[in-house]
Design a binder for this molecule. Structure first.
Ligand code: GRF
Length: 194
C-alpha cells in the first residue's frame, strides 16, 4: 500500500528527485504530495515544481523552533501526509515534533551510522582513513542521526578516493537504498505495521 509522502529538503534535492521518479515510474506505489524546504533558494524546489509537485517554503531563520514545527505539522496534516522523508534537510526536529509522527519520519545519512554522524560525513570518513563508509536510512528521533536504523549499504573507500569522489559513490547508493527501504515499508504498511 502506498504512502502520501512529504519530502523535506534544504538544498540540491537529488534524493528527493529520485523518490519522485520512483513514484512516477511505479517502482513505488506511494505518491509525493508535498515538498517542504526551509531554504527559499533550495535547488530542489525548482526540481519539484518541474514535476508539478506542491512546494512550500518554511523559512526556519525567522521562526522559533516551536512556531516552525507547528506550522510544519499543520501543512503536513492539511495535505494528509502519512510519511515524511528527510532528504538533505538541515534542521533538527524536536522531541515534541517527532513524537507526533512515530515511525513516520525517515532520514538518509551518508555514512554507516553510528559512525560519522553530523555534517561532512564523507570528509570525516576520508580524514579518519576509513576503509569503507556508506549510507544509512533510519527513523528519526530527537537525536541527530540517532534514530533506529532501518537499512545500510557499505561503500568501499579506495586509496584514490577524496571527499568528492567518495560523496559521488555514496550518493549513487543512497538513491538505491532510499527506494529499497520505501518499498519494504510499503509492503509492511499494507499489513498494518512498519
Ligand atoms: C545526502 O548526502 C544525504 O545523505 C544527506 O544530505 C545529502 C542530500 O543530498 N543527508 P540531496 O539534496 O538529496 O542531493
Amino acid at each position: 500500500m502506498g504512502f502520501k509522502i512529504a519530502i523535506l529538503i534544504s538544498g540540491r534535492g537529488s534524493n528527493m528527485n529520485n523518490i519522485i521518479e520512483a513514484c512516477n515510474n511505479k517502482k513505488l506505489c506511494s505518491s509525493v504530495n508535498l515538498v517542504v524546504s526551509n531554504k527559499s533558494d533550495a535547488h530542489g524546489l525548482k526540481v519539484a515544481s518541474k514535476y508539478k509537485i506542491k512546494t512550500h517554503i518554511l523559512d526556519g531563520k525567522n521562526l522559533a523552533t516551536e512556531n516552525f514545527e507547528s506550522l510544519l505539522d499543520k501543512i503536513l496534516k492539511k495535505n494528509n501526509i502519512n510519511l515524511i522523508c528527510l532528504a538533505g534537510f538541515m534542521k533538527i526536529l524536536s522531541k515534541k515534533f517527532v513524537k507526533k509522527w512515530p515511525k513516520m519520519i525517515l532520514n538518509i545519512h551518508p555514512s554507516i551510522l553510528p559512525y560519522f554522524k553530523g555534517l561532512n560525513a564523507q570528509k570525516q570518513a576520508i580524514e579518519n582513513n576509513a576503509k569503507y563508509s556508506g549510507c544509512t536510512v533510519h527513523f528519526v528521533n530527537e537525536v541527530m542521526d540517532g534514530g533506529e536504523i532501518i537499512d545500510q549499504k557499505i561503500v568501499n573507500i579506495s586509496t584514490h578516493d577524496d571527499e568528492d569522489s567518495l560523496s559521488k559513490k555514496i550518493l549513487m547508493e543512497e538513491h538505491k537504498l532510499y527506494i529499497k527501504v520505501l518499498k519494504r515499508l510499503e509492503k509492511n504498511f499494507g499489513k498494518g505495521k512498519q
